[in-house]
Every structure is written in C-alpha cells, then in structure tokens.
Write a protein that binds this ligand. Structure first.
Ligand code: AMP
Ligand code: GLY
Length: 300
C-alpha cells in the first residue's frame, strides 16, 4: 500500500512507524520531520497548504491519505480529497467541528444528554462579567476559547476574578484571535483524566488502548495548559466497565447525532475524559489522533 501522511509531529512519526510495521510499501510525508525522513519520503509541503497537498495526492495517487493534525481537517482537507476520489482517513470539516468549535461540542452534548461540565457561552464580555458577579467570587472556573488554539486555549481559573480577566483577554483584547471571539465558561471538574480514542466509520466504533496525558507545562501539575507534555498507555484506571459506559453514554450518541445531521464522523474520535465522583465526564473532543498519546498507543 502507498500512503501519504500529512503532518510533522511525534504523532505522525508514530503513525509512519506503525504503517511501515504493518507493511506499507511506500510512505510519503508532507511535510514530515527528521525522524519521519528515516522511514518515508518527505515532501516539503505544509500541512495547511491544502491546494499543495491535493496536488501532491493527485500526482502520487496514494492508496490512502492519513491526516494527522486538526487544522487541515478543520479547513476541509478530507472533503477536498474525497471530491478528488482519493481515499482519506480523517474527518470532514463539518464533523471536525467537535474539535474546532468547543461551543458546537458543548451544545451537542447538552442536547444529547452526554455527561460534561456545566457551561455557559459568551461572545460579550460584559454579559460574562454580569454572569460571574452572580455566581460568587471564590468558585473556580475554566475559560475556553471556542476555536482551535493548539491546546493552549483552556485556562483553569481559581476564582471569578481570574475568569473575568481571561474572558476580557479573549473577548476584548483578542488573545487567541478569532478562536477567542467566543468563550465557553465551564464549571471546574475534579478527577483523574484519560484519553480514549475510537476508530469510527460514521456508525461503528472501535476503542484503541487507553492513555493519559499530562497537559500542564510545569512540574506538580502547575503551569499553563499545553497540547500535552507526555503520556502513558495502557491507562488502567479506565476499567472495561468504565469504557463500556463511555461507549454507551458518549460515543454512540455523538456518532448518531452527527449521522442524523448528515455529517457522519469518520476517523479518530478522541474523547478527553475527567473521571469524577459523579462518573466520567467529557472535557473535550478531538477529531484526530492525540499527541503525545499516539506515541504510546500505536506501539501497543
Ligand atoms: P481542553 O482544551 O478542553 O482539552 O482542556 C485542556 C485541559 O484543561 C484538560 O485536559 C484539563 O486538564 C483542563 N480542563 C479543561 N476543562 C476542565 C474542567 N471543566 N474542569 C477541570 N479541568 C479542565
Ligand atoms: N494530547 C491532547 C491532544 O492531542 O489534544
């Protein structure tokens, strides 16, 4: 099989390694990285240069294109390749809204009764301040930019003063650009986290080994959120029973909701969970393999 792999991270190196191990005859990566270059031919085309990638795919005619990162998926790369009848592993832009708009994901979860943190949406800073004033000063909050922010757009705030500060930064001062023009304000949940990834064909799903990643930039779980500083798998704190609950209460309803909307989810559905005393709750969805999780999942 000839495969074209899109992306340049540790995640894509792990995917390339696994494709090779599973017998891929030829792997082309765009743009790839130094590690990937040891097992694939790298073409210097950026993963966000959609026209360049589609041209490359039309030239090379791979049996499959595998898209690693979220940005090209959210921009519609899988849709463009499908139009060219080139087989692609990765979600359409519409289905990728589960990741590219946290507001979209939260509204869908609320509608489908999927367990997640209580939330409010704001695109106006004074409305957010007014809401926070009514909620008492010392409650912790999580303020999230609606759009894509490379894992850095969620700010855990110890009190409403900090939450208000971050609301202002995003909604008024333009921190995170367009992504922060809308804000999700969430209750802060407590518990251990887990990343559960499912391979989906729009209707059916299959779980991969469960992982946990560490998002905070500094030791002792301090510092700002990142896309992930490290990870391990298998994460045995997610039991088979818990996994079954997540499949029934989260994955099945999400896939069926998107199918009903005419935008079935195909690709990797990444469910970021917090295991609370009230049961597992969804922290986030991603429309792709996680990084660094993929680096520990695929070798298993
Ligand atoms: P997200 O960008 O939504 O994936 O959030 C990034 C990280 O922020 C998560 O992995 C959690 O560590 C933390 N976080 C996000 N939402 C919440 C929440 N509602 N309660 C507590 N921590 C959260
Ligand atoms: N490790 C978290 C992510 O890939 O979004």
């Amino acid at each position: 099989m000839k495969t074209l792999l899109i992306g340049s991270g540790g995640r894509e190196h792990a995917i390339a390694w696994k494709l090779k191990r599973d017998g891929a005859k030829e792997i082309i990566a765009a743009p790839g990285n130094a590690g990937i270059a040891q097992i694939a031919r790298c073409e210097q085309i950026a993963s966000e240069d959609l026209a360049g990638i589609v041209d490359l795919a039309k030239r090379e005619m791979p049996d499959l294109v595998v898209v690693g990162p979220e940005v090209p998926l959210a921009m519609g790369l899988a849709d463009m390749l499908a139009t060219e009848k080139i087989p692609v592993f990765g979600s359409t832009a519409k289905a990728a809204r589960l990741e590219s708009s946290k507001a979209f994901a939260k509204v869908l979860m609320a509608r489908e009764g999927i367990p997640t943190a209580a939330f409010q949406l704001f695109d106006n800073c004074s409305e957010m301040s007014q809401f926070l004033r009514g909620e008492g000063k010392s409650r912790p909050w999580v303020v999230k930019a609606d759009g894509l922010a490379a894992g850095k757009g969620s700010i855990v705030c110890p009190d409403s003063y900090k939450a208000q500060f971050w609301g202002h930064e995003m909604l008024v001062r333009g921190r995170f650009g367009e992504a922060g023009k809308r804000v999700v304000l969430e209750e802060k949940l407590e518990g251990r986290e887990a990343s559960v990834l499912f391979l989906c064909d729009g209707e059916n799903f299959l779980p991969l080994p469960i992982a946990q990643d560490y998002k905070r930039a500094e030791d002792g779980d301090q510092g700002k959120n990142t896309g992930g500083m490290g990870s391990f798998a298998p994460a045995k704190h997610v039991t088979q029973e818990l996994l079954a609950e997540v499949e029934k209460r989260v994955v099945a309803p999400v896939l069926s909701a998107l199918r009903r909307e005419g935008t079935p989810f195909r690709g990797v559905l990444y469910v970021g969970l917090m295991l609370t005393t009230d049961g597992p709750k969804v922290i986030e969805f991603n429309c792709r393999f996680g990084d660094p999780e993929t680096q520990v999942i695929l070798p298993i």
